[in-house]
Write a protein that binds this ligand. Structure first.
Ligand SMILES: CC(C)(COP(=O)(O)OP(=O)(O)OC[C@H]1O[C@@H](n2cnc3c(N)ncnc32)[C@H](O)[C@@H]1OP(=O)(O)O)[C@@H](O)C(=O)NCCC(=O)NCCS
Length: 196
């Protein structure tokens, strides 16, 4: 059988599954590329434009995430990183150790195909499994896609910070969203939980 005939047996449009897994150091370049592209398009998408991290910053942050058991995930399709999502502690003071603040970014060529939803669901599940009780997000008020995905995944709008950001020549509002995890605030945390 010829090579050409073999090739025809493989459907060209076979959809590649999206795999969500913990990030690795080797993913950093791809994550930065996704982030920088969104920053460049910040006017349209309302993404923060401050403090673009360098590869070393991201590597250090990943180490920190591992030490504090903070979920840091990537989505891959066909071996390519097509999105990522992670949390940091909402505040460093001990009383806030059950609350995390998250970020999520999907590659601009892979938007609207369910990747953000898969990442956010996995992030929610990973944070709940790690014992966190609240997730917080800050979203530019013009970022319709982010507002919609958070509403879809059970985040409530809990605050509006008017005129909090100045970028590209105008003041922008930020919406604060929150979702409880597990028992939320209906039960005290287990003793000695989260190792801190
Ligand atoms: C927000 C973002 C993560 C969504 O990722 P995505 O993979 O495109 O989203 P999905 O395809 O999984 O869609 C999930 C839900 O998001 C919402 N959504 C996604 N794109 C949308 C759009 N352009 N307009 C309105 N709602 C949208 C919908 O509710 C959608 O659910 P539905 O398909 O049942 O309608 C993505 O747009 C992104 O990376 N944006 C730039 C970075 C950013 O703004 N991050 C958030 C900072 S707070």
């Amino acid at each position: 059988m010829s090579f050409e005939a073999d090739k025809q047996t493989v459907p060209e449009t076979a959809p590649q599954p999206v795999i969500i897994r913990p990030s690795r150091d080797s993913d950093i370049g791809a994550m930065l590329a996704i982030y920088r592209r969104h920053i460049r398009r910040g006017i349209e998408e309302g993404v923060e434009d401050s403090g673009t991290p360098e590869p070393d910053d991201l590597r250090d942050r990943r180490k920190n995430f591992r030490n504090h058991r903070l979920p840091h995930l990537v989505a891959t399709r066909g071996g390519e990183v097509v999105g990522y999502a992670y949390v940091v502690l909402f505040r460093k003071r001990p009383a806030y150790r059950f609350a995390v603040k998250h970020s999520i970014y999907v590659h601009h060529e892979h938007l609207g195909r369910g990747i953000g939803g898969s990442l956010l669901q996995e992030l929610i599940d990973a944070c709940a499994a790690a014992g966190f009780r609240q997730m917080i997000g800050y979203i530019d008020a013009d970022n319709a896609a982010s507002l919609a995905i958070h509403e879809k995944f059970g985040f409530a709008r809990v605050g509006l910070l008017p005129g909090i950001a100045y970028r590209y020549g105008h003041w922008a509002d930020t919406v604060m969203v929150q979702r409880s995890l597990g028992a939320g605030s209906t039960e005290p945390p287990p003793l000695l939980s989260l190792g801190r």
